[in-house]
Design a binder for this molecule. Sequence first.
Ligand SMILES: Nc1nc2c(ncn2[C@@H]2O[C@H](COP(=O)(O)OP(=O)(O)OP(=O)(O)O)[C@@H](O)[C@H]2O)c(=O)[nH]1
Ligand SMILES: Nc1nc2c(ncn2[C@@H]2O[C@H](COP(=O)(O)OP(=O)(O)OP(=O)(O)O)[C@@H](O)[C@H]2O)c(=O)[nH]1
Length: 433
Amino acid sequence: MSNIVAIVGRPNVGKSTLFNRLVQRRDAIVDAVSGVTRDRHYGKSNWNGKEFSVIDTGGYTVGSDDIFEEEIRKQVNLAIEEADIIVFVVDVEEGISPMDEEVAKLLRKVKKPIFMAVNKVDNSMRDANAVEFYNLGLGEYYTISSINGSGTGELLDAMVEEMTDIIEEETELPRFAVVGRPNAGKSSFINALIGEERNIVTDIAGTTRDTVDTKYNRFGFDFNLVDTAGIRKKSKVKEDLEFYSVMRAVKTIELCDVAILVLDATRGFEGQDENIFWLAEKNKKGIIILVNKWDLVEKETNTMRDFEAQIRREIAPFTDVPIIFISALTKQRIFKAIETAVEVYENRKKRITTSKLNDTMLEIIKHNPPPSNKGKFVKVKYCMQLPTPTPQFVFFSNLPQYVKDPYKRYVENKMREIFDFKGVPIVIYFRKK
Ligand SMILES: Nc1nc2c(ncn2[C@@H]2O[C@H](COP(=O)(O)OP(=O)(O)OP(=O)(O)O)[C@@H](O)[C@H]2O)c(=O)[nH]1
Ligand SMILES: Nc1nc2c(ncn2[C@@H]2O[C@H](COP(=O)(O)OP(=O)(O)OP(=O)(O)O)[C@@H](O)[C@H]2O)c(=O)[nH]1
């Protein structure tokens, strides 16, 4: 099950501004904790308790004006195929343009929920001007101002009505998603792992979702690969669209337990790799990094160590993620890769008993308590793991509001040292008791 919202529309109508507003709250928190630079085009958000991903198609249009139209048409078609909800943004200042009409024509045929957002309605004077958008034949519209936020709450209320509660289905087998930028070697890795589909045991067609999990047994491990069919069957048209690869990554990450991020060793760890990494982290999925095409790298002393150090700098403070140097071509360390993915899967399911957690963590906190604030001392009384699919811990204390991020990170690092959550995002809350 996924809730993927795609924002479409012609350039300059305010898609990015709306995107920022839709993902802001959640991203702001994530940024503060991890010190990550925010990715512009996709993010994770929630509203009224529903979680969803938002993709801004706008940022992907490159090139001159005359190829814009074709690009936008492709993006709208992909959004129609792949997203769960589409927000079509139009601009009240400009009124209906021929491009809007084109997009509306594509959207009129679609069965998925479509929300037309008439943007730049910054004041009620402009409400009346929005009426002309009825002519696009998409029915009701929402008047919003992405800049000052008015109307966006109503839009979100209506959108989440169409969303499902994402409940992580308990499966017996680990679900792995192989993600990475185009040409990193994802298909080659999958082929090296499973050998041209010869080892398919069963195809489990998702009943409530439009992707396919395929069950494999390799090297003695049972696992599902999420949507390998989708990765391999893609058409030529889709291949060169960055938006397409992002869409697939967003989708398969939502459906997996562990994201296997494939990098191209000859290119390093770059922007798009980082974006996918943090997307998996925000989705609280297990992560392993495979540095592929290692056969092509000139090995001198410390090449591997330096490469690894560079990646760890980029992913700080979530640094205990397994990094494995592989070659899909020569099949070097393919076994190690899958073995590690299974380990991360187990780490993510790990349950620490309340007594063990309190015995170890309260002792550590006693020796190094949170800094006092305005002469008041924070006392942590007890802690427990929450019954969530991914490790989350709550520490009860008298003054939780005084516990700041650096201290939370300290606690997280201690927990990682003691309990081994390699490759797994963990969340720590301080609550009042
Ligand atoms: N008055 C007003 N201006 C807005 C509003 N939302 C966006 N804008 C302005 O419209 C311009 C375009 O906004 P963007 O968010 O970059 O538009 P976009 O659709 O993402 O554009 P592309 O990235 O080119 O596809 C910017 O100058 C924004 O400040 C709004 O609600 N009211
Ligand atoms: N030398 C070397 N080449 C590799 C390796 N893995 C993949 N390649 C080559 O890299 C190119 C891209 O590999 P693919 O497996 O198609 O990459 P992909 O990530 O699936 O690419 P997309 O389908 O575009 O997303 C192909 O030419 C592969 O032969 C490797 O370990 N070593």
